[in-house]
Design a protein around this ligand. Structure first.
Ligand code: TXA
Ligand code: MG
Length: 322
């Protein structure tokens, strides 16, 4: 039987309760600085299986394992000097590192899809960090939405998408970054950006030199979870639009768009646009429109992550999907 869903404001008592749920193998949705996560004990196969079931994921893609300290991360994966430097620079924060997995690290093989690597992130959001520390376990957490839908950037999005499938949602308000973490593969010789996200390629290159983009390099390792159609609203999405066609909602970027239905950032600030992206796609995804037309976004800085998500939202949908 499904347990009733609860939305709670984080407090010492609700965090203790949430940590107990996690230790008992139950799922908890919680805020991070990127998007809301659907968390389960990453060392418990049943909890990880429950995450896949609640999301309705078509296949067992590997999940990001969230930690609350470098020592915890180092008990799960091998950090070379380069990984230590990057972790010291960007953690806690919106960056996930794919590193060689320690076989004795205790992570469920379902969470890593049996790979010899593991994806690790130490989130900066105080609620996420407190919850993981209180649980005393690494927490597997994909975005807290049904598979293929837009990622949630507030507690109501989680409730609308997962409903009774999650017993508890911690409400930490809107997410500041608004797109998922960057996934950086440091398991091989050359650093590869598997998924553009909250830390930009430019910022990473200051510390690493050239960073390959998995999208551009056919030989680069792929992120197994990067399905082409993803992050999809129900309505069709049209990119690089200069104006709306009949019946479409127009999602603008930058100044000088008086006919826009909504604007990602009227001043043209990519950080603001990333923070508003998913909430505005949710807002415009209404049956009163025939589609969502999105104006061009520069492909630099956080624009790389924004355009990656928008390209997936606009990609042809698998047959039979809604
Ligand atoms: O911002 C985020 O990262 C959010 C919040 C909740 O922290 N989490 C998130 O998790 O987006 P998830 O599980 O949906 O994203 C996992 C991504 C997928 O693209 C997956 O393929 C990749 O990380 N990944 C996980 N383990 C991997 C591995 N061992 N090798 C390569 N890619 C991996
Ligand atoms: Mg997701």
């Amino acid at each position: 039987m499904l347990r009733p869903m609860k939305i709670e404001t984080p407090s010492p008592a609700s965090l203790t309760h949430a940590a107990e749920l996690l230790r008992g193998g139950a799922l908890v949705a919680f805020p991070t600085e990127t998007v809301y996560g659907l968390g389960g004990d990453a060392t418990n196969d049943l909890a990880v299986a429950a995450i896949f079931a609640a999301k309705g994921r078509p296949s067992f893609n590997p999940l990001i394992v969230h930690v609350a300290s470098l020592a915890q991360a180092e008990s799960i994966a091998f950090f070379d000097a380069r990984a230590q430097r990057i972790a010291a620079t960007f953690w806690p924060g919106p960056l996930t590192l794919v590193l060689p997995r320690r076989p004795e690290g205790g992570i469920s093989l379902l969470a890593t899809a049996g790979l010899s690597s593991v994806a690790l992130r130490w989130p900066a959001h105080p609620v996420a960090a407190s919850l993981i520390a209180a649980a005393g376990r690494p927490i597997a957490a994909p975005s807290a939405n049904r598979s293929g839908q837009i990622s949630p950037t507030n507690a109501q999005h989680v409730a609308d998408s997962l409903g009774e499938r999650v017993p508890l949602i911690l409400d930490g308000g809107p997410c500041a970054v608004g797109v998922e973490s960057s996934v950086l593969d440091l398991s091989g010789e050359a650093p590869v950006l598997l998924r553009p996200g909250g830390v930009t390629r430019e910022e990473l290159e200051i510390h690493l030199g050239p960073v390959l983009l998995a999208l551009d390099s056919p030989d680069a390792p792929k992120s197994p979870g990067q399905l082409l159609s993803h992050y999809a609203p129900r309505l069709p999405v049209r990119l690089n639009a200069l104006s709306a066609e009949h019946g479409e909602a127009l999602l603008a970027f930058g100044p000088g768009s008086p006919n826009a239905t909504a604007n990602l950032s009227p001043s043209g600030d990519l950080r603001e646009a990333a923070a508003h992206l998913f909430a505005l796609l949710h807002q415009l995804d209404q049956p009163g429109y025939t589609g969502i037309a999105v104006m061009p976004i520069p492909d630099e800085g956080l624009g790389l992550a924004i355009n990656d998500r928008l390209t997936r939202a606009a990609a042809p949908r698998p047959l039979g999907s809604k």
